[in-house]
Design a protein around this ligand. Structure first.
Ligand SMILES: [Fe+2]
Ligand SMILES: [Fe+2]
Length: 198
């Protein structure tokens, strides 16, 4: 059977077709969508524009994408981490369990408001659940997520220290300085905020 014949034969198989469609949706859909942000906002306990709120998430996403272009991290995980990791905080201070709650919340919305293959969801779960610690070791996608968050510490007047960062990309002086200046100025990434209708 020719390659084309094989593809046509496979497309005639329902299970395979569904798999192909789901895969394409995963690849093509840019997350987070406005619909997903709306669901996350619903029930968000804290000030929407507060220190752990939507402007922080947008900067974490932009930090993450810049780092990912150097580390090769999985983009959908980086994007979803940005909006889930602090989404279930109960206060702006000591709340050591908020990462796990963010991961649980992501599990609840998965399938309905975003798609992610099992392997990538496991990376998202680890990145969210463990982002509150000082760990630096892990899969490069998890490390990229943690660094994207830590690079935004300037908003609470903490200058990120290279020894607490996980990747060489985040330790790059140009990137450190770029992210720090944005964080202390509390830059609001307008494009993302508009895209999210947030
Ligand atoms: Fe957090
Ligand atoms: Fe954060």
């Amino acid at each position: 059977m020719s390659f084309l014949g094989l593809v046509v034969w496979n497309l005639n198989t329902d299970g395979f077709l569904i798999l192909v469609i789901r895969k394409l949706v995963c690849i093509l859909l840019i997350v987070p969508t406005a619909e997903l942000i709306k669901a996350i906002r619903h029930g968000y306990s804290l000030e929407w524009r507060g220190i752990h709120g939507v402007a922080h998430w947008a900067r974490v996403l932009e930090n993450g994408l810049r780092l990912a272009s150097l580390t090769g991290a999985r983009l959908q995980v980086v994007r979803l981490f940005a909006v889930f990791h602090d989404s279930r905080r109960l206060n702006e201070g000591h709340d050591p369990d908020h990462g796990r709650r963010g991961a649980d919340f992501a599990a609840k919305l998965r399938g309905a408001l975003f798609q992610l293959p099992d392997e990538e969801f496991e990376l998202l779960r680890i990145a969210c659940a463990d982002h509150t610690g000082r760990g630096t070791v892990g899969d490069v996608t998890v490390q990229t997520c943690w660094d994207a968050d830590r690079l935004d510490l300037g908003r609470v007047r903490i200058r990120p220290q290279p020894k607490y960062l996980c990747t060489n990309a985040a330790r790059d002086p140009d990137i450190l300085s770029w992210a720090y200046q944005r964080s202390i100025a509390n830059v609001v990434p307008k494009n993302l905020i508009n895209e999210w209708k947030a």
